[in-house]
Design a protein around this ligand. Structure first.
Ligand code: SAM
Length: 225
């Protein structure tokens, strides 16, 4: 493994806002995380917002700075990327962000019923040949339903036509309550209400990459209960 990766993994082990549960503990419900994020990790009763497939965690960190009265958790399986956001929080003293290194597939084992207030999916892998692995597939949405509060929103920001089209199909097929849906976010952003306008300007690493390649950015917001 590259030296830089090893360094990042070692550093993350020392960070008390980074959680890397063992697979056996997840499977046997022994992580102790489930139901304890507010009390044990953030030590407050503020809402919890997840960024799933967070990469470097630009959304988790960017939103945390805008909303100090909410708690944010970036979730990804790739530790070397996550280190960037985790280190930024350490360096800047940002206390309302945690990072959880795991597969999103186990999310309903790591949070309790109603423990989560909102979910962001930022430039999720489109999985062109594996629709069930898309983070907006029914399999994943059913996991989110278990942990999301009634009325909790799911946001998807993506450059991918495949992912956006299949998400639109899922919204229609399963009757999710969709409040925003645009194939061209930066064309439509001016007409959006101020609160949502503010949060959509955060740009992740992949958004920057895809924008440079001329991809149009898409966005939708829906409720699943
Ligand atoms: C295209 S990258 C986007 C990263 C970041 N959100 C951004 O916009 O820059 C997709 C990320 O999702 C993560 N990912 C995809 N499927 C996942 C899964 N099932 N569990 C955990 N992470 C996953 C990958 O490791 C990767 O970091």
């Amino acid at each position: 493994m590259a030296k830089n990766k090893l360094f990042r993994f070692a550093e993350m082990k020392k960070m008390d806002h980074v959680f890397e549960p063992a697979m056996d503990d997840i499977k046997n419900d022994k992580t102790g995380y489930n139901g304890n994020w507010r009390k044990e990790v953030f030590k407050n009763e503020n809402p919890i917002v997840l960024e799933l497939g967070c990469g470097k965690g630009e959304y988790a960190v960017g939103l945390a700075k805008k909303y100090p009265n909410k708690n944010f958790i970036g979730v990804d399986i790739k530790g070397a990327r996550m280190y960037v956001g985790a280190k930024q929080c350490e360096d800047e003293g940002i206390e309302n962000v945690a990072f959880l290194r795991t597969k999103v597939d186990f999310i309903d084992k790591l949070f309790a019923e109603d423990e989560v207030d909102e979910i962001w999916l930022t430039f999720s892998d489109p999985q062109p040949n594996k629709p069930n692995k898309r983070l907006t597939s029914k399999i994943f949405v059913d996991r989110y339903r278990k942990i999301l509060k009634e009325g909790g929103k799911v946001h998807l920001k993506t450059d991918s036509d495949v992912l956006f089209e299949s998400t639109e199909e899922q919204i229609k097929e399963h009757g999710y309550d969709c409040s925003f849906f645009t194939w061209d976010l930066y064309r439509d952003i001016q007409e959006m209400p101020d609160d949502i306008h503010d949060i959509l300007h955060i740009k992740t690493h992949y958004e920057e990459l895809f924008t440079q390649r001329g991809h149009q950015i898409k966005y939708c917001q829906f409720r699943i209960h």
